[in-house]
Design a protein around this ligand. Structure first.
Ligand code: CMP
Length: 296
């Protein structure tokens, strides 16, 4: 019979590309799509252990495939050539002809054969027309083989250029780099909501954001260098003190969550002491500025 999965090449804009080059093909996606794929990967117990940088590359390189009602996406017992994320539609999972369950959007699947080089463990069939993002095995492997060093260095110098982190010891900064994750926001989306519990610290890496209310509790640093805007959420405060809204599509935030940050960088007390000094210095600068403005 006809195999559910093609064995070589991949689909690109509806056309089969027969040669597989080492250069990875990136497919443009809007931020909500990137977010969906990212969420799906993070929800998968096997994939969520991957390096955040590898995840980002996977998100970038996935391409779209449409399956019609009744079509097989994966056939149990066959070799696996793709990893998938369901974006829209409904799928069912079967093993030995027995229904195991169904899959809803925001689910990553087909990871077992790709990660463990085994035969497909189940059959996956489209119950309705399904909109699926796919990544072929070669691309997956080339992403996994790529050294993360270049990107790590890039993030390292980015963080170093932020004045708040300028004097942080090198090993602490390196640890922050290790636990960075990426989050995507569209225009008008809230990055931070006032009053919400604050478990993450945000670094706006690309794009512009706007804040709605006066900031009181957190430290806000906007630096107009090569980085559009950077802002740091005070880790001690438990509740967000302002709304931060994305003013552009595809604003990408590098995010470190509180637990990771605590674990990797050390105690908050230590950082708090450091921050206190920093804030004092900032206010001294403000005073000087106000003083000279008043005397102009
Ligand atoms: P893989 O074995 O590569 O191909 C079939 C996929 O179905 C498998 O990866 C999992 O992603 C998924 N799968 C396997 N077993 C189950 C199950 N019991 N319930 C839901 N999904 C499953």
């Amino acid at each position: 019979g006809v195999s559910a999965e093609p064995t070589s090449g991949h689909f690109c804009g509806g056309f089969r590309v027969h040669h597989v080059s080492i250069e990875r093909a990136r497919v443009r996606k809007d931020s909500s799509t990137k977010k969906l794929i990212n969420d799906a990967i993070m929800n998968n117990d096997f994939l969520k252990k991957l390096d955040p940088q590898h995840m980002r590359e996977m998100v970038d390189c996935m391409y779209e495939r449409i399956y019609t009602e009744g079509q097989l996406v994966i056939q149990e017992g066959e070799p696996g050539n793709f990893l998938y994320v369901l974006a829209d539609g409904l799928l069912e999972v079967m093993q030995n002809g027995k229904l195991l369950g169904e899959m809803r959007p925001r689910t990553a699947f087909g990871e077992l054969a790709i990660l463990y080089n085994c035969k497909r463990t189940a059959t996956v069939k489209a119950v309705s027309q399904a909109h699926i993002w796919a990544l072929d095995r070669q691309t997956f492997q080339s992403i996994m083989m790529k050294s993360t060093q270049a990107t790590q260095e890039e993030y390292f110098s980015f963080l170093r250029s932020v004045s708040l982190l300028r004097d942080l010891p090198e090993e602490k900064l390196a640890k922050i780099v290790d636990c960075l994750e990426i989050d995507y926001f569209d225009k008008g989306e809230y990055i931070i909501r006032e009053g919400e519990e604050g478990n993450t610290f945000f670094i706006i890496a690309k794009g512009e954001v706007r804040e709605r209310t006066q900031i009181s509790l957190f430290i806000f640093v906007a630096e107009k260098s090569h980085i559009p805007l950077w802002h740091y959420r005070e880790v001690k405060a438990d509740v967000r003190s302002a709304n931060i809204i994305s003013t552009e599509n595809d604003t990408q935030c590098l995010v470190v969550d509180r637990d990771n940050f605590n674990q990797m960088v050390g105690t908050y007390e230590e950082l708090q002491a450091y921050l206190k000094e920093y804030v004092e210095e900032l206010s001294r600068c403000d005073e000087r500025r106000n003083f000279s403005a008043a005397n102009d």
